[in-house]
Design a protein around this ligand. Structure first.
Ligand code: ADP
Ligand code: MG
Ligand code: MG
Length: 199
């Protein structure tokens, strides 16, 4: 079972991973965006970790809801409200249970991804974070390692796609041939589940 402490470790591991990979995320956002994805998420996840240390919500749902709120209020770019919605919706779906299982986490993340698709209007194949998140949620039933592999494959699979949502879509066919920064950071977020489980 996964308790609030697991979810805190997940967010802390995600923040550490974003810190390590910030330059790469910003570099990916340079040819098809405005070169700020790494710094956007660094700011957001730094705020998430600080808020979790200060408030320490007692439930998994509380941790994700607080984290989502921080991302929405600190990240100016498109990714803030989108990741914020992912985590807030997932947190809401988990309710006030003290512990949840992997199946409940998968269901909650599916609700979160649905929220992201509703907010941003992106479908699978539009070269966004959805292309990593959705395969990861589908694979979560097979464990965290399977979800990580699916997210990483989904991120790489955005390379030949043409962007249909977000800033990269302004480039039209010139967006082809570049990996989507948001799909890449989504793979980091999913990979952090494994780190949290190992700790
Ligand atoms: P901005 O584009 O405002 O500078 P970021 O650089 O932080 O924001 O985030 C860009 C990422 O956000 C993209 O790589 C893409 O994955 C994701 N994104 C942008 N718009 C959408 C959308 N409408 N739906 C889903 N994801 C989106
Ligand atoms: Mg950007
Ligand atoms: Mg920006």
């Amino acid at each position: 079972m996964l308790d609030a402490d697991f979810f805190r470790r997940w967010m802390t591991a995600a923040a550490a991973s974003v810190d390590r990979e910030a330059q790469r995320l910003t570099d990916l956002d340079s040819p098809i965006g405005d070169a700020d994805h790494g710094s956007n998420l660094q700011r957001g996840f730094t705020a998430v970790v600080a808020a979790l240390e200060k408030e320490a919500p007692p439930t998994p749902g509380g941790v994700l809801t607080l984290a989502g709120h921080q991302l929405i209020s600190t990240v100016g770019g498109a990714s803030g409200p989108l990741y914020g919605t992912l985590l807030r919706r997932a947190g809401k779906a988990l309710g006030d249970a003290a512990e949840v299982d992997t199946g409940q986490l998968a269901e909650a993340l599916r609700a979160g991804v649905d929220g992201v698709m509703t907010l941003g209007g992106a479908a699978p194949g539009d070269k966004t974070m959805i292309d990593a998140l959705l395969p990861a949620v589908d694979a979560l039933g097979d464990g965290f390692a399977a979800a990580r592999a699916a997210a990483e494959e989904g991120a790489v699979a955005t390379i030949p796609l043409q962007a249909r949502k977000g800033r990269a879509s302004y480039l039209g066919a010139r967006s082809i041939g570049h990996q989507d920064p948001g799909a890449t950071s989504s793979a980091l977020l999913i990979a952090a589940l494994e780190d949290a489980a190992e700790d």
